[in-house]
Design a protein around this ligand. Sequence first.
Ligand code: CXF
Ligand code: ZN
Length: 378
Amino acid sequence: KTAGKPIHCRAAVARKPGEPLVIEEVIVAPPKAREVRLKIICTSLCHSDVTFWQLKEFPGCFPRIFGHEAFGVVESVGEDVWDLNEGDSVVPIFLPDCTDCLDCTSKKSNNCSKFQFKLSPWMLRDDTSRFTTIDGETLYHFLFISSFSEYTVVDIANVTKIDPCVPPNRACLFSCGVSTGVGAALKTANVEPGSTVVIFGLGAIGLAVAEGARICGATRIIGVDINSDKLEIGRQFGVTDFVNSNSYEDKPISQVINEMTNGGADYCFECVGLGTLVQEAYACCRKGWGKTIVLGVDKPGAELTFKSFDVLHSGKTLMGSLFGGLKPKSDIPLLVKRYLDKVLQLDKFVTHEVSFQDINKAFDLLVQGKSVRCVIWM
Ligand code: CXF
Ligand code: ZN
């Protein structure tokens, strides 16, 4: 039995920004109080892993174990863990859900106030690491998860149980990007049947918004991207119109959309993380009732500017959405039910699968815009 003892296993360590990960032997400490140690079965690569792996200055920090979209099984539990047991199937989720603060007990929020979401390189509660190398070097965590390791330790606030009948390479998708996009359409926007939706950026998040909008009965789903390969993949996700934003030099993309939609879309989703694109999205949601929902993550410290008149006297709404507005512990089971009922389609998100030793291939594919989700099997 491994419970209570350190585990030696393989992890993909990011030693320097932008450089290939190195598979190394690491030591994973046993879980402390209110923590669990997970055996990771598979993990998938989310664009946030790539973003922070490329960052040279803080919040980039090294050496670090990335990965936060995963499926695993509880190997052992620390003290004061009541609702998770050895052998449970789980998805780790970067957004904490303590279940008892003002936010976690309100259906209006998914932004836990006991554990404020932050870009910490440590464990959630005590700002320490559970990873060391065999030379005794401390390794940083990522988004409280660090799933690019055969074993990892996570806080119970970052774990959601999942029905074990979901296959691992589908279960891991609930952990971040797909849930975020689907949640943004279903929960943050609550898209009505017959709506016109515009999606800026057809990566996994944008395609998941399309899947959510399709489930909600949107009739027109316009995809905007600079990569024409996204036309074909978008079609598979129910995108009805594709606009290549690089093909219009003479007019802003918001004007193209306003002309196509006779005055603007019901819902615009920004899934890239560029201030200028947020402005464009806002400029082409319909006056009176249009909503623009921002999912993209801009550089830390970036600012957004708008004309006061346009914001205050247009009847439009601009809002951000963290994890698609989903409450990890209560909403993920509802999405899982939709998947098991064959309403939510997940197969098409997984474009590639590789084994753990080939993890750098997953990075290459995502950086080149060739994959939607690449599942990495441990
Ligand atoms: C993101 C969410 C917003 C901040 C950076 C990380 N999470 C997962 O990909
Ligand atoms: Zn993510």
